[in-house]
Design a protein around this ligand. Structure first.
Ligand code: HEM
Length: 206
C-alpha cells in the first residue's frame, strides 16, 4: 500500500495469531469439558483423551504468549490521562463520531482494558487450572481448594469469553481497516489519523 504506515510488525502479527489460535483451541476444548451438550467438540478435535491432554499444555502456551505481548506492548498498554479523557467521551465512540473524541496513542482505552482483562483472567485460569490439571498432587488437607479452583476457572473463562467476543466484533465488523492491519501490518495515514492521532503524529513525525 502506497504511503502506508506500519501498525503491526511481522513478529507482532505472528505473536497475535499464535494467541488467537491457542485461545480458540483452549476455549473449544474447555467448552467440551464444561457441558455434556458440548462434549461433541472434543470428539471433533480428536477425542476426549487427546483434548484433555492438550488443553492444559496449549493453555500454558497461550499464557506464555500473553507474557510475550506484555513484554512487547507494556509501554503502549499503559493507561494515561489521555485515555481517561477519551473514556469520558466513550459515548461518541459508540455513536461512531470519532472526530469528536480526544486524540489517543497507539491503542484506545477499550483495547487496553481488553489486554489487561485477558492477562489478569489468563493468570487466574493458569493458577486454578494447575490445581485441576494435577489434583492428585494437592495435599489431602487442601482438597477443598479444588472447589474454589473450579469456581475461579469457570468465572475467569467467562470473563475472557465476553472480552473475546467484543474484541473480535470490534476488530472485524466495527472498525474497518483494523483486521487488515493485523493481517498485513499496514494502515493508511487517514486511518491512523482518524483512530489514533497521537500515535500517527509520533510514527509519521507530523
Ligand atoms: C480470531 C480471533 C481474533 C481476531 C479476529 C482478532 C482481531 C484483531 C484485530 C483486527 C486487531 C487490530 C485492532 C486494531 O489495531 O485496531 C487485534 C489486535 C489485538 N488482539 Fe486480537 N483478534 C483475535 C484474537 C485475539 C486473542 C485471543 C487475543 C488474546 C489476548 C488477542 C489480543 C489482541 C491484542 C492485545 C491486540 C492489540 C490491541 C487491541 O486491538 O485490542 N486477539 N486483534
Amino acid at each position: 500500500m502506497e504511503n502506508s504506515i506500519l501498525r503491526y510488525s511481522l513478529v507482532e502479527r505472528v505473536m497475535h495469531w499464535i494467541a488467537a489460535v491457542t485461545y480458540c483451541y483452549v476455549l473449544l476444548t474447555g467448552l467440551a469439558f464444561y457441558s455434556p451438550h458440548l462434549y461433541w467438540i472434543a470428539m471433533v478435535l480428536g477425542g476426549a483423551p487427546t483434548s484433555r491432554f492438550w488443553h492444559p499444555w496449549i493453555a500454558v502456551t497461550f499464557f506464555g504468549v500473553l507474557l510475550w505481548m506484555l513484554r512487547t506492548w507494556a509501554a503502549d498498554m499503559r493507561i494515561t490521562s489521555v485515555d481517561r479523557a477519551w473514556g469520558k467521551q466513550m459515548k461518541r465512540y459508540i455513536e461512531n463520531d470519532d472526530e469528536a473524541l480526544p486524540p489517543i496513542d497507539r491503542f484506545n482505552l477499550g483495547q487496553k482494558y481488553f489486554f489487561w482483562a485477558m492477562l489478569f483472567a489468563g493468570f487466574v485460569l493458569l493458577v486454578s487450572g494447575t490445581v485441576l490439571w494435577i489434583p492428585e498432587k494437592l495435599p489431602w488437607s487442601l482438597r477443598d481448594v479444588r472447589y474454589i479452583a473450579v469456581l475461579l476457572h469457570v468465572s475467569s473463562a467467562l470473563l475472557t469469553i465476553g472480552a473475546f467476543i467484543i474484541h473480535v466484533y470490534m476488530g472485524t465488523a466495527m472498525v474497518r481497516g483494523g483486521f487488515t492491519s493485523i493481517i498485513r501490518g499496514e494502515v493508511s495515514p487517514a486511518w491512523a489519523k482518524m483512530h489514533h492521532r497521537l500515535w500517527y503524529q509520533r510514527v509519521a513525525g507530523k
